[in-house]
Design a protein around this ligand. Structure first.
Ligand SMILES: Cc1cc2nc3c(=O)[nH]c(=O)nc-3n(C[C@H](O)[C@H](O)[C@H](O)COP(=O)(O)OP(=O)(O)OC[C@H]3O[C@@H](n4cnc5c(N)ncnc54)[C@H](O)[C@@H]3O)c2cc1C
Length: 415
């Protein structure tokens, strides 16, 4: 039996958190782990895993219960997804893109105190998306990145949605669109325009589901990256794509407010890497004990240098888990500055430590452990990608932490 990353008793998990974690861990260990090397080698999308996720109900993990889903809140989702990340990082990362379309439009917005009119509009629109996921196994992607400053939150998106009769005309390009060619809908962030010559404003950011089979949607470019190869994050082109009004995932004006008031929503990229960090430690312990399936039962645990290295890994894993668990436990609208700074610290820690743990694991286990027949070298490559994810890259987290520590809101050094 594989132990949970977060023991339900020790970490005070709810029954739901414990049950979903168990379900995800058992599914991923049994089905996803044996397939992970193949998706990685061929850089192909984990289609079979998504069929399993649909069959198990996990595709609807963050759809509210009264709308037919499993009703997981942010923390419950994060704990569950980390268990998937242990066994297939690319599945966990793409799962995040899909789940965000439900989490953001579901539990997160329901806690924002929206006006009755806006809430009614949201509920009507989201029901359509939830039904597609629930009844048809539809998969949603989350293409935001454009290669400029927009995905970091500094500029309006270059992808535009122009208001036309009955809907919107979408034009633009999204890079690194995970699930491209495999999602049924692309939940794109774009700038809403009432007239073609309107100035682009971040206040008019719109979150809209573009059907993958709509006229004018193209997936271009190849995909042969260092890690997270199963995410198939190719380039998406929207060329004059007509999307009906009902495709909006959030009512007008809600996204900018949600992004500002619910900053923990950007932490949802971390569970894949929390899982990878745990997997690096688990592999190292099993390897040094001579218990890796398919390997000769050679023990290496008696060498003091190996014991010290595992101790160092354990320290780093405990520190990572503790900070991440605390940060996701604090997730709520309008967090204090202290809480927000802890979220940035946790994001940076998980993304950087996953890779640090992977490199320590390779150094400690030795040459035979980095052969492609074993998962460690994949964990090493996948783990390197975490720090690159906008809007909270490792660099930007440091930037925000430094400024946040030294400046209060509105302070400047201008004379
Ligand atoms: C495996 C993988 C899957 C991905 N999947 C998705 C996806 O599904 N959807 C999606 O939208 N994106 C996705 N991304 C893209 C990701 O979120 C980033 O947008 C992308 O990695 C940025 O690449 P870039 O070359 O444009 O970096 P740049 O924007 O050039 O950034 C490079 C670095 O500069 C820093 N930086 C960037 N902007 C600023 C700024 N304004 N001020 C200061 N520093 C800054 C950041 O630290 C960043 O790491 C994925 C990326 C990877 C690696």
């Amino acid at each position: 039996m594989i132990e949970p990353i977060f023991d339900p008793t020790a970490w005070g998990l709810t029954d739901k958190q414990a049950a979903l974690g168990r379900q995800a861990r058992e599914l991923a260990a049994l089905k996803f782990a044996p397939r992970a090397a193949g998706y990685d080698r061929e850089a192909t999308f984990p289609t079979e895993n998504y069929q399993d996720l649909a069959d198990s109900g996990l595709l609807g993990i963050c759809i509210p219960e009264d709308e037919g889903g499993l009703g997981a809140d942010l923390k419950t989702y994060m704990l569950t997804a980390a268990e998937i990340g242990r066994f297939c990082g690319a599945t966990a990362l793409t799962f995040n893109m899909h789940v965000s379309s439900c989490l953001w439009t579901g539990g997160l917005l329901d806690q924002l105190g929206l006006s009755d009119t806006v809430r009614d509009e949201l509920h009507t629109r989201r029901r359509l998306h939830y039904r597609r996921i629930h009844d048809e196994g539809a998969i949603y992607a989350q293409p935001f990145s454009e290669g400029g400053a927009a995905a970091a939150g500094f500029k309006a998106f270059g992808t535009t949605a122009l208001k036309v009769e009955g809907g919107w005309r979408i034009n633009g390009k999204k890079i690194f669109a995970s699930l491209s060619g495999h999602a049924n809908y692309y939940g794109a962030l774009c700038t809403a325009l009432q007239h073609p010559d309107d100035a682009h404003s971040r206040r008019n950011t719109m979150y809209i589901a573009v059907p993958a089979d709509a006229d004018g949607v193209k997936v271009v470019g190849d995909w042969d990256p260092l890690g997270m190869r199963g995410t198939v994050s190719r380039t998406l082109i929207f060329e004059d794509v007509f999307v009906p009004d009902e495709a909006q995932l959030m009512p007008h004006g809600v996204y900018p407010d949600a992004a500002r008031r619910w900053p923990h929503m950007f932490m949802t990229l971390t569970p894949s890497y929390m899982g990878i960090a745990q997997a690096c430690y688990d592999f190292t312990v099993a390897y040094l004990r001579g218990e890796v399936p398919g390997m000769p039962p050679v023990k290496r645990r008696m060498y003091p240098t190996k014991q010290l290295a595992v101790a160092q890994m354990r320290l780093m894993l405990e520190q990572t888990k503790a900070l991440w668990f605390q940060a996701i436990s604090e997730a709520r609208p309008d967090p204090s500055k202290d809480s927000l700074m802890r979220a940035w610290a946790a994001q940076h820690t998980v993304m950087e430590n996953a890779n640090e743990l992977a490199q320590l694991a390779i150094r400690t286990c030795g040459g035979q452990a980095m052969l492609r027949s074993l998962p460690l070298e994949r964990l090493y490559r996948d783990s390197r990608c975490g720090s690159l994810m906008l809007p909270w890259t490792a660099e930007l987290c440091l930037d925000y932490l430094g400024k946040g520590a030294l400046y209060e809101q509105g302070e400047s050094d201008d004379a």
